[in-house]
Design a protein around this ligand. Structure first.
Ligand code: MG
Length: 303
């Protein structure tokens, strides 16, 4: 699942949680018996009729808010001018009602909860979002740090009487590369690209052309050795892109077999190896059919 999908899924989850929690709180906290607003004159009539059991009076600057419990177990609320307050309290006491006078109305905790819960959910979601973005950024940076590339180049002269081996495959041709090993330019350039990406030197370091054991050697052995060196350093081969330059023969038809051979030596799937062929348009030694060359870029990752 992609990062965007995960973030959207989590976003919808949080929205769902928020809606459910708000709905539940609204049902639980809604006042089942809300006070009925009455005019002050009407409230006076209720007092005179002996209907008021108790009253809470909250003092404001120029008036007071009164919440009263009636004998019918219902509540009423009214606003009283400050000038009428003395008369009101006397009237309530005269009719036996309990009075509670406060400087200001207490917090309505139900309202506080209803406002606080969505706010807390919003803060929690923002926290999650920031954490998610930071985590994704770290992963991207880590992936970028773990990826390395290397470049490789090789050229061999072509001479009659030599086998033409490119990418581990022998091609039908009347010339072949002159070299200490089999002269496979593609395998050599690829080997250098891999070793360079891993910071492990070059092909000459590991397989010197002065060493008789490599005389006429199959260059796929070099790749197998490079693969082991990379594995020892916990590097994995991600992608190989190569260009082989030769005037003749046509290489394209042989690429599938070359990719298979190279991939087998490197222990990767063939789709990680991309090959291209170029001619040199008759220019210089390659163009005259005197040489064959290869350029390779290899991408590896730290595991
Ligand atoms: Mg070479």
């Amino acid at each position: 699942m992609s990062t965007t999908s995960r973030t959207l899924k989590t976003l919808f989850l949080w929205i769902g949680i928020g809606l459910v929690v708000s709905g539940v709180l609204k049902v639980v906290l809604t006042d089942k018996n809300p006070p009925r607003g009455v005019a002050y004159s009407g409230f006076q009539t209720l007092i005179d009729n002996g209907d008021v059991v108790s009253a809470k009076i909250y003092l404001e600057t120029d008036f007071a808010k009164v919440y009263a419990l009636l004998k019918s177990s219902t509540y009423v609320e009214t606003t009283v001018p400050s000038a009428e307050l003395r008369d009101l309290t006397k009237r309530l006491r005269d009719h036996g009602a309990n009075i509670n006078i406060s400087e200001a109305k207490d917090w309505d905790w139900r309202l506080v909860v209803l406002l606080a819960v969505p706010l807390l959910l919003l803060i929690a979601f923002c926290f999650f979002l920031v954490r998610s973005v930071r985590s994704n950024a770290k992963n991207v940076l880590a992936a970028a740090r773990a990826t390395r590339t290397g470049i490789g180049y090789d050229l061999h002269r072509l001479a009659e009487g030599r086998k033409l081996i490119v990418g581990g495959i022998e091609l039908p041709f009347d010339k072949g590369p002159v070299g200490h090993s089999d002269g496979d330019v593609l395998a050599h350039a690829l080997c250098d690209a891999l070793l360079g990406a891993a910071g492990l030197g070059d092909i000459g370091t590991h397989f010197p052309d002065t060493d008789p054991q490599w005389k006429g050697a199959n260059s796929l052995l070099f790749l197998e050795h490079a693969k082991k060196l990379l594995a020892d350093k916990n590097f994995a081969i991600e992608h190989v892109d190569a260009v082989v330059i030769t005037e003749k023969p046509k290489l394209g038809p042989h690429f599938p077999k070359m990719r298979e051979a190279l991939a087998k030596s490197l222990g990767v799937s063939a789709d990680k190896i991309h090959l291209k062929a170029k001619t040199n348009e008759g220019v210089d030694a390659i163009g005259r059919g005197e040489a064959i060359a290869a350029h390779v870029i290899a991408t590896i990752s730290s595991q």
